[in-house]
Design a protein. Sequence first.
Length: 873
Amino acid sequence: RTIYLSEYRVPAFLVDHVDLRFELFENGARVHSTLTVRRNPEYPGVAEHLELDGDSLKLESVSLDGIELGADRYQDQGDKLVVQAVPDKFGLNVVTWIEPQNNTRLEGLYKSSGMFCTQCEAEGFRCITFFPDRPDVMARFRTRVEADREKYPVLLSNGNDVDRGELADGRHFVTWEDPFPKPCYLFALVAGDLVLKQDTFTTCSGRDIDLRIYVEARNAAKCDHAMDSLKRSMRWDEEVYGREYDLDIFMIVAVDDFNMGAMENKGLNIFNSSCVLASPETAADTAFQRIEAIVAHEYFHNWSGNRVTCRDWFQLSLKEGFTVFRDAGFSADMGSPTVKRIEDATLMRTAQFAEDAGPMSHPVRPSSYMEISNFYTLTIYEKGAEVVRMIHTLLGPELFRKGSDLYFERHDGQAVTTDDFVKAMEDASGRDLGQFRLWYEQAGTPLLTVRDDFDSEAGIYRLTIEQAIPDSPGQTSKNPQHIPFALGLLGADGTDLPLRLFADENDAPSERVLELTAARHEFEFHGLSERPVPSLVRGFSAPVRVDYPWTREQLIFLMNHDGDGFNRWDAGQRLAVDVIQALIRGDEEGVDERLVEAYRSLLSDPSLDQALVAKMLQLPSEAYLVELADSADAQAIHGARTRVLDCLAQALRGELLECYRRNGDDGSYQLTPEAIAARSLRNTALSWLLHIGDREACGLAQTQFQDAGNMTDRMGALRALVNSCFVTEREAALNDFYQCWQDDPQVVEQWFSVQAASLQAGTLNHIRELLAHPAFDWKNPNKVRSVIGVFAGQNLAQFHQADGSGYIFLAEQVCRLDDSNPQIAARLVSPLTRWRKFAEPYGGKMKQALASVRDKEGLSKDVFEIVHKSLKE
Ligand code: ARG
Ligand code: ZN
C-alpha cells in the first residue's frame, strides 16, 4: 500500500499524557500504557472510534476510564486496535506483551548484548504498545521501568529521573518524567549493566547540565572523544544558533546492534557503538570525525527535530536536512571548511546524484512512499541540507539567523512542514522564496550547460547558462529552479578579476552569486582586457551538474590558481576524470603527462595547504566514474583508473618516498587538519607505492604496521599491504591484526572491511569465508555492512564480475537477511537497483539478480518497494 501526502488529515484524537510501565523479563516484557485522550477540536467531522497503531503485539487487556472492556467493545486487527464509541475525553489503559529477546528487526524494544534498548523512529513505537504512531501527536511521557536489579542496574528513559526503589524478587524500578511534549518516535528506554562516564556543561544562562555517556564496561576508555564533541556541540549551538539545552540531564548510550548511526531521542540519544566509541589505538581519523559529526547531529536535533518536529514523515527533511546543514557548519568550524565542503560535495556527486537519477529518485519532500524506512536517504539528508545551504547563501548569514530564530520561536512545541520552514525564512528576510520551493518538490539533479565567448574589441565576456532538470519517476517537464551560482573569473596572472555587470561599475566584487531563475540566462562582464578562465559554482554553491568545455590547460590553471579552494580541488578532479575517460574510450594511448606533472607539483610543494593537497591527491573514485558514465563498463573503469594510478606511482616514486618521510609520525596523536593531512599523505604515498609492488615501500609498510601508535597508521599500512602483490606479508599482517584485536568488535569490523574492499582477484570466495568466520554475526548490522555492504558498495571490480557471481551472491544474502531484518536487507540491495547504469553483460545480470529477490516468498515491504520500483518498465 502506498501512502500519499495528499491524504494527510489531522489526527482525530490527541494524547496529552502517556503513562508507561515496563516489566522487563528474560522471556518477554509486559507494557502497561495509560493514555489521556481527547478529541481533536480541529478534526473535521466526527470520529466514533479510536484507532491505534500496533505491530507484533500480544494484547492482554483494554480498559476505558478504569473499567476493563469486553471483547465486543474493541477489535484487535493486528496492525490496529479499534476502540468503539469512545467519549470526548477519557483515559485508556492497554496492556501488551512483547518479546524483545526475539526482536531481530531492531525496531521497537529489543535486546543487544544483554541490554534492553529501543529504536522508535520512524514507526517502531507501535511495536511496543498500541498508540497513534504519527509525529503530529505529541504527549508528555512518564515512564516506569522495572527489571532485575543485578542484570539491569541501569534503567533509563527520557527526561528526569523522579523516583526509584526496590521491588520483590531482587527487582527494582526507576521512574522518568519528560516535561516536554513529544511524538512517540522520540521515546527511548534502556536497561542494562552499564558504566557511566560523566561530565558537566554550563549553559549560556548559567545552568549546569549533567552529561552522561553509558557504555559496557569494556568500552569505558573510549568515551572521551564523544564527550568532548558533545560539549563543543552544545557551545557551538548556543553561539551560532542561540540554542540552549533545555533538560537537566543529557544522556548518550552506546549499543552494538543498531540499524542506523544514532537516534536523537529526547534527552537520551542512542548510538551505534561505531558512531560514538573511539580511542586513537582503535579508531581511525575518519571515525573520529564521523563521531564528532554524529554526536553534534543528534544533539542539534534537540531543537531542529524535537522542540520543533515534523507534521508527517513526508516532512522528514525538515529536521534531517536542516540538522545535517547545522552539523556540517559545526564540522567546518571545528576543522578545515574547504575539506569538509569537498567531502560533502563528493558524497552528493557520487551517491546522491546517482540516487536522484535512479529508480528511487524522489523529491526532498516526497509525495508518496510505501515504507518510510526506505526514505532515510541521501536525498532527504544531504540534498535537504544543500537546499537549506542555498537559502543561507541567498539570504546571507544575518538574515538566515533571523529566519532560524523566527522558525524556532514561531514553531516551538509544534509539528510542522518544510513549507513552514521556508515561510519563516521568507518572513524574516523579506525575500520571495516562491520559486525556490521547487527544490523541495521536484526530484532530479539540474544540469547547467555553460558556454562563453569573449569580445576582445569591447572587452566583454559573455556567459550563457542553461538549466535543464531530467525527468524522474512520476515527474516530467519540470520548471526551472532558483539556483545560486557562485562565480569568479581568473585573469592570466591567476588573480580574480572584478566582475562588472555594467561598463562603469565601480568597486565591482571579484566573486558574485548569480541567481538563476529562468531556463536560460545571459550575463555580460565588462571591462576585461583578456579572456578570463571561469571558476564556476564555487564552493559547490548548488547541488547541480555543470557542463562546460574546459580544456586541460584551463583545468591545470585553475588547480594552481583558483581563489576558491574547493574549485582548485574540483579542477583537479575534472582533469583526472578527463584523462581516465579518454583511456576508457580508447581515445588516448597513455596517461597525459600534464596530469603527472600536476601531481608532481602537488606532492613536492610543502608551502601548499597540506589538507587540501591530501584531498587533491585522491583520484576520483570508481563510484564517481560510474556515475559520470552513460553506460558503465565496470571492468574498463577499474582498469583505466588503475592504469592512471600505476603511471602516477611509477613516475612519482621519488616524490612519494619523500612525501612519506616528510610526513612521518611524530608520536603524538592530534586531530588538527594539519595532523590529519599528514597521516593521510603518508598513507596515500604508501598505498601508491605498494600498488606498484615497490619492495622498499613494503618494508616501510611492515614497520609502520608494527610500530603505529594509532589506528589510522596501522590501518593505512594494513590496507596498503592487503592491496599489494606481497602475499606472505599481507597474510601475516592480517593474521597479526586479528590476533591482536579480536576482542574489540569495532576493530574487527575494520578488519572485515579492509578485506571486503580488497582488490585481489578471488575476493568473492574470500567474502564467503568471512561470512563463516567466528567473529561474523548475522544479527549484527555492523558486521553485515562491513562484509557484504563494503563488498557490494565499494569494491567495484570484484563485485561486478562478468559472470554475475557477485550479483547472485548479493541477492542470496539480501533474501537471507530479509527474514530477520528487513531494514538492513533493503539498504543492502541498493547496488543492484543501479542496473540501468551498467553496460552488458553487467546490467542484464544485475537485473536478473534483482528479479530473484523479487520472487522470494514473503518478501518484506521494505525490500518489495525498492525491488519493484527498480524493475518497473
Ligand atoms: N533520526 C535519526 C538521525 O538521523 C535516524 C533514524 C533512522 N531511523 C530509521 N528507521 N531509518 O539522526
Ligand atoms: Zn538526523
